[in-house]
Design a protein around this ligand. Sequence first.
Ligand code: NDP
Ligand code: 2IT
Length: 449
Amino acid sequence: MIKSEYLQKVYAQVVTRDPDQKEFHQAVLEVLESLDPIIEQRPEYENKGIVETFVEPERVISFRVPWVDDRGGIHINRGYRVQFSSAIGPYKGGLRFHPTVNLSILKFLGFEQILKNSLTGLPIGGAKGGSDFDPKGKSDGEVMRFCQSFMTELSRHIGQFVDVPAGDIGVGGREIGYLFGQYRRVQGTYAAGVLTGKGLSFGGSLVRTEATGYGLCYLTQEMLGKMRSDSFEGKTVVISGSGNVAIFATEKAAQLGGRVVALSDSNGFIHDPEGIKLDIVKDIKLGHRGRIREYADRVPGSTYTEGFRGIWNIPCDIALPCATQNEIDGEMARTIVKNGCMAVAEGANMPCRPEAIQEFQHAGILFAPAKAANAGGVATSALEMSQNSMRYAWSFEEVDRRLKGIMVNIFHNIYDAAEEFGHTGDLAMGANIAGFKKVADAMLTQGLI
Ligand code: NDP
Ligand code: 2IT
């Protein structure tokens, strides 16, 4: 519930302006509910109209993406880039290729990205983009032609000092390679810093592939240490999804002594009580883009169950949702609590519905919100931009050390912000306040309005 009349008015206007953008409303409400104490303390935010400016994207670009399939059939998809905020740096955020993509989802993701990027402590603004293109079942040639067409149009709107896209759902190293190739071709310039998540031979950074999942575990480990004097050691971990974030969260959780027993995709989930064998998952997912059900055919003692929601019935000490938004509702959250879970950290963006977060907080379970917990991906993207500017590449150990330092800092920053405003332990509130304050002060100082 929002208390401040000013924030209530801002939220009402967001809903009235775009009544159908449910995911965007959800993300805005979750943030505004946290801002009451800081709005009370800093009346200039209201007097200068900071919050109503903050919730309106600086620019929304929508474009046609025509492409030809392997049989000569013509397809038209829709492409978008939401350039939400450039108050503290060039627009920065991923591209999502998934049939569900629409403006509501991209605006929620772009909005969250502003706060997340602010929390990294690095100079990057917030953006998100993508297309309703479905890469599943498409040949490499089809994906390449789609990416080329997408970038032909997007290229006029981005640049290493303007807007720097990266990957997200459905966009990994293969897609970034095709997108970069087309950017280079149409612009006639080698500006490596225009995209992140690039291949290592053309300006990519070591650790970027692993960064979101590793960063999630570094922050979770710090949270367990500071708030429970505990760690991953000996813990049972359930991770949803089996894409980039889930795979490298599994790797790091296991390195830290945890036992990951379940993974999922949008069709179903696997359960391996002995601990997931990650080399087999990598072979299935990264080797030939297969489905997670193959795991159960290859590993005796493991099972596959249809339906991705059932994964949260498996008891665990630590839950890391790493698939997509709104996958954990109130009922699943109650099951997770009942089964004795001690910590939930969001690897995906907004995987927990508001009722679920309430369940965790009421039960006294540790909860690390996405904008802090999964910030390792974009933070390492910013490290990739730094290396591109220097025309230099750091070692794996160097980037990993910096990533870990950033995640530990984020944890302490959000913990301290929650404490300062009288809500010790409420990391969701701490993340919203700390992320917002930096951007709001930059807006005030620059006289953006
Ligand atoms: P991938 O495309 O690599 O993997 C996505 C995974 O989530 C797949 O297992 C996919 O299953 C599953 N999934 C996607 N959509 C749905 C759905 N509607 N219902 C159920 N399962 C679904 O993406 P990432 O791992 O990169 O992204 C996962 C999450 O992490 C997203 O929320 C993303 O925004 C967030 N994130 C990603 C970062 C990155 O650096 N990549 C950084 C920070 C956050 P299937 O194969 O069946 O579609
Ligand atoms: O949600 C996210 O933070 C990402 N998909 C990564 C964005 C980036 O620019 O690396």
